[in-house]
Design a protein around this ligand. Structure first.
Ligand code: ZN
Length: 83
């Protein structure tokens, strides 16, 4: 493979964790929490970036990666001025 991997395509998926009306009283879960899953491919050869440095799986507050290391899973929230 002679690709120099100079351009990339980032695929992201954002999921809402909890709808506000679904929150139980006293819940510590923020109503505007999101999960953001990201994959990155080389735009020329399609090679997938592998991620490391984070545990595998899913965690409610910490970033993780998928078992195949091709997806990073982040936790996010909306900035205060947008709430
Ligand atoms: Zn490439």
């Amino acid at each position: 493979m002679n690709c120099k991997h100079l351009k990339f395509i980032c695929h992201s998926r954002v999921g809402r964790m909890v709808e506000e009306h679904e929150l139980p009283i006293g819940s510590e879960v923020m109503p505007l929490d999101f999960k953001v899953d990201i994959k990155v491919n080389c735009a020329d050869c399609g090679g997938e970036l592998l991620f490391w440095g984070m545990p595998m799986g899913v965690h409610p507050t910490r970033p993780t990666i998928s078992a195949d290391q091709k997806e990073v899973r982040l936790n996010a929230g909306i900035e205060l001025k947008a709430r």
